[in-house]
Design a protein around this ligand. Sequence first.
Ligand code: SF4
Ligand code: SF4
Ligand code: FES
Length: 540
Amino acid sequence: MLGQAMCSCTAVIKRAAATQAARQVAQQAPAAVATAISSAAASALINRPAINKRVVSTQARDSATRQVTQQAPASALINLQVNGRPVQVAEGSTLLDAINQSGSHVPTLCYHPEFEPRAVCRMCLVDVKGSNKPLPACRTKAEEGYVITTDSQELKDFRRRDLQFLLGRHPNECIRCEAAGDCKLQSLVQEEQVEEMWPPVISKTERGSPEHPEHRLHDHTSPSIYRDMDKCIECGLCVDACAAQKINAIGFAERGAGVLPITAFDNPLRETGCISCGQCTLRCPVGALIERPDWHRVLDVLDSRRRKTIVQTAPATRVAISEEFGLEPGSVSTGRMINALRELGFDYVTDTNFSADLTIMEEANEFLARLKGEREGALPLFTSCCPGWINYVELHRPDLIPHLSTTKSPQQMHGAISKSGPIAKTLASEGNDEEPYVVSIMPCTAKKDEAVRPGVRGDIDAVLTTRELAKMIRHRKIPFASLGNDGQYDSPMGESSGAAAIFGASGGVLEAALRTAADALGLKDAPIDHKEGKFCQISK
Ligand code: SF4
Ligand code: SF4
Ligand code: FES
């Protein structure tokens, strides 16, 4: 078993339950065959609806709590009071659940619903009648008859002092911080109108441990992730996220005021076992961990209008972008996104689906060639579409490397044919000598890493996450939510097939590859039937 690591983009389908087509293929093979193909990036469409959201919304939590309450039998309900209002929650709920359920609000900073609360920030302290001290709402279990107060002056004063203390060690960089506008600390400081320092001190307190100056505060070595530990509030969410991936590339060092999340032996992140999945950046409530910001240089190229620009968008982005602009989670904004990309100045707006077809054809051929023993490589075969998965195998399970497909992912295929295929020829015929500038909008930070791998470097000029695309749209003041949802992709490479479209569903890559393989063997109407196994634990 490969463990629970990896993002939800990765689904593995085992031979034991492979398709009828594969079984027919296997019957023709000299040896027992096993097929496993990951369903790759597009499965994020349904598995990671909030991939680009840093914070799970309070409404979502409230609704989850309500559902729990509604489903719980009456005997398992607890009655308590929040600020004088009676409220019922299911047994096992926390005070925070009860507070959300009652409609009241307490601020949280270190809490994330996916992880066991560490309760280190103390922002959510509340009074419980009979307790001799305030209790952290995120970690304290609700009990029958509790009388909770969230809004006493003492609690409010405490929260403000807490924020002042955090600010006393935080750099004054909001004005250019990548997390500005999406930072929980900034939001709370603004809400509370906190004066900067407490107690009044001349200069900011140094971060890290004076005894261990080797702890890196700034680490921009990874092709996917920036670490700026002077902004860290020590919530531990990155440590939990990385542990949930079974990678443990980061962990806490030092104690007390010197505590800091560091890499093993303080190595640069790119020299650790980090797989660039970006799960830590999604949980960090401030700007201490962030995807490598590439959108500035893309805007530069777009603004100059000197080079022809081509952008490709992955399937998941058209859904994730909706949430960035307050649209209903899960709503599809394909046309709006295309219109926004055109307003940003891209000359060609294309869908990754066409190159997904190419990947599928190549992968199906590779599979058949391995099956027939005409090509080196082990079975089962794993696709190369998910770069986090590839990193995982290379760094943590090198014994599986022979199982990896050598086929380029759709992102890289697209870049290669944009630079030297039919599009490039069309542009050259239009009098554009310079190579087109190729950008991809992807749901995963590991795609940034993939684009600079030896052997494929140069196919793509910049990889942006959906979150970065949203930043560009905001910076150019494009009213995304009110754009028409009617934009159409350019199809300079031709039409894509249904095989590419089913990348959007978990298991779709496998099904598409097997359909193509079956077709190549003349088994056109072979029924496709498979089961899948998921590695993902933390993104649901
Ligand atoms: S990007 Fe690296 S450090 Fe962050 S969670 Fe993934 S493996 Fe861990
Ligand atoms: S880097 Fe971010 S997620 Fe990690 S402990 Fe610091 S503030 Fe929390
Ligand atoms: S959110 Fe409860 S202690 Fe940090």
